[in-house]
Design a protein around this ligand. Structure first.
Ligand SMILES: [Mg+2]
Length: 327
């Protein structure tokens, strides 16, 4: 059966039946608008990400269930970076006729699975026939007490720079795919099934441990520039402290030119944040609480050259700051 057979309204009806109406949803799928609650005194956080076939993903590389889950996770990662709680999702789909109903079901299975795992409700959206390529637009809504909001702006000279998790794995999987190699499962998972660091982001914000925060979607150097921009700040990074997985070490031992994906590989969806020195112990304790690596990778400084990468002896080294290339 194809989308043509059940039609757009059939698909929406199918979605309406399979979506559980979560907390805070007064009216969900099926009316002109969704009607949603925002806790009293909290701010509404809104973010959107567009995923386009052959720009952000290739249908022959990604399983559609993974694409569905990833389209949720990349949006929730932005909510995590503000310290918020994600609540509602809106989904826009441009569906080419080459997509079977089974494939659409797989996409929705991944999408709704990731939403449910994070206690977020799909509350509406739109579907449309696309000429040739699949496009996925997701808007996520979250909430946060106004006093706990964390922004990109706010880091101060002397603050310590931390990242969660491990870097470069997603970019490495993409490079391997482009080179015709099959990435190891742990690296492929980093690329196809990223998870937003929601509980960590929430804890950092609600406990007042960070002065600024961003999620890593474009690569450490590019996103660090976003964090420092506007405040005439600079930073040093410690080359030998960069957290990477064993699989990353193994693959880049054979291909050292891929090593700098730690700095400019995109789509890590980890958190990068600045911490006043007196909060160091409190922040490092979160590693055990949330079972995630938390690594001090550098320090914020006053202006000058925006970012210096230092080797173990403290000498500056040059890293090509290519940033993330959209596929
Ligand atoms: Mg972001």
């Amino acid at each position: 059966m194809s989308l043509h057979d059940i039609g757009e309204f059939g698909l929406i009806e199918q979605l309406r039946r399979s979506v559980r109406q979560g907390p805070g949803v007064k009216i969900g799928i099926g009316d002109d608008c969704a009607a949603l609650e925002v806790p009293a005194g909290e701010l509404l956080l809104v973010t959107n990400d567009l995923l386009l076939e052959n720009v952000h993903f290739r249908r022959d590389w990604i399983d559609l269930a993974d694409l569905g889950a990833k389209s949720v996770a990349v949006n929730l990662s932005d909510i995590a970076a503000m310290g918020g709680v994600p609540r509602y999702l809106v989904l826009g789909l441009g569906l080419p006729s080459s997509l079977t109903l089974g494939e659409i079901d797989r996409f929705l299975e991944g999408f709704l699975g990731e939403a449910t795992a994070n206690e977020v409700s799909l509350v509406g959206g739109d579907t449309c026939r696309a000429e040739q390529f699949l496009s996925v637009s997701v808007t996520a809504h979250g909430t946060i007490p106004a006093s706990e909001l964390v922004r990109r702006k706010g880091g101060r000279p002397g603050d310590l720079l931390y990242v969660s998790g491990e870097l470069g794995g997603s970019g490495l999987a993409l490079c391997q795919l482009e080179a015709g190699q099959k990435p190891e499962p742990s690296l492929a998972c980093r690329h196809f099934r990223p998870r937003a660091r929601l509980s960590l982001g929430r804890a950092l914000a609600s406990r007042g441990l960070v002065t600024s925060m961003i999620d890593l979607s474009d690569g450490l150097l590019a996103d660090l520039h976003h964090l420092l921009a506007g405040d005439s700040l600079g930073a040093v990074l410690y080359l030998d402290k960069m957290p990477v997985s064993e699989a990353f070490d193994r693959v880049t031992a054979r291909r050292p030119e891929w090593r700098n994906l730690v700095f400019n590989g995109g789509e890590d969806y980890e958190l990068l944040f600045t911490v006043p020195e007196q909060q160091r112990l409190e922040v490092e304790k979160l590693s055990e609480e949330f079972d995630v690596r938390i690594t001090e990778v550098g320090k914020v400084k006053k202006g000058g050259k925006p970012v210096d990468v230092l080797d173990a002896a403290g000498n500056p080294v040059s890293v090509a700051a290519a940033g993330f290339r959209h596929f």
